[in-house]
Design a protein around this ligand. Structure first.
Ligand code: ADP
Ligand code: MG
Length: 240
């Protein structure tokens, strides 16, 4: 059985159909990429899966259980965590405190939350910045902070919205390595990513969206040869 199943998801914002009849599945431990032009509906898809937006139609299931109408905290408690395209750390809180916010999903005990946050920050390589204020971090470090906060909720499935978006070239390989480590540790991931080199390297399967619709769902080697994906997104550069 799939860990995550999305079937027929549709979401309208006024006249805009942000997601139209979107269906795909993610197996336990799988790493699935999501690509598509700006406005294709990628972030909306994450909003629907995590309960931040309510679908107009369709269903989301986790391990076969319907979670379509659950609140974000209920979905998080069932093991789905996400990061946001727009980073939003609590700037005046320390790095450790930011991550404790995630840990409090699983415990009300402050000492336990602190320990879980330490553990998560160590796993993303920020152990030496625990006492820094979040506003003092570089973009790459803030991406790691977001990851740590998500990991502190102890997810089975992690949704990453534009992992390398907005970071400089030199920072990308470290973030890619980190995502690969998380995947190797058994986590299932869905990764929205614009850098084709990165997503080709990471993903076992790629779902391509255009104007809210799935136009392809295939392994990376097939995605780059798919005429609809080339026309909608990749352009001529990737034509084999
Ligand atoms: P992507 O992440 O692929 O760039 P989005 O999911 O952010 O795309 O947006 C898909 C479409 O839905 C866009 O046309 C966008 O303007 C619209 N949209 C997304 N969120 C909202 C919202 N909260 N209110 C109104 N329109 C929205
Ligand atoms: Mg987006």
């Amino acid at each position: 059985m799939s860990l995550l199943t999305v079937s027929g998801l549709t979401k309208r914002f006024g006249g805009v159909i942000a997601n139209r009849d979107v269906s795909f599945a993610v197996a336990s431990g799988e790493l699935v990429g999501v690509i598509g032009p700006n406005g294709a509906g990628k972030s909306t898809l994450f909003d629907l899966v995590t309960g931040f937006q309510r679908a107009d139609a369709g269903r989301v299931t986790l391990d076969g259980a319907d979670v379509t109408r659950l609140r974000p905290d209920e979905i998080a408690r069932r093991g789905v965590a996400r990061t946001f395209q727009k980073l939003r750390p609590f700037s005046d809180m320390t790095v450790l405190e930011n991550v404790m916010v995630g840990a409090f999903l699983r415990t009300a005990d402050v000492a336990a939350a602190r320990e879980a946050a330490h553990h998560a920050l160590t796993s993303v390589g920020l152990a030496d910045r625990v006492d820094a204020h979040a506003r003092g971090l570089s973009t790459g470090q803030r991406k790691r902070l977001e990851l740590a906060r998500a990991l502190a909720t102890r997810p089975r499935l992690l949704l990453l919205d534009e992992v390398t978006g907005g970071v400089d070239q030199a920072t990308i390989p470290g973030l890619v390595r980190l995502v690969r480590e998380l995947h190797a540790g058994g986590l299932a991931l869905v990764v929205i990513e614009h850098n084709m080199r990165v997503i080709m390297e990471l993903a076992q399967r790629i779902v391509a969206l255009q104007l809210g619709e799935v136009i392809a769902d295939a392994p990376p080697s097939e995605i780059v040869r798919n005429p609809r994906v080339i026309d909608a997104y990749l352009g001529q550069a990737w034509r084999p």
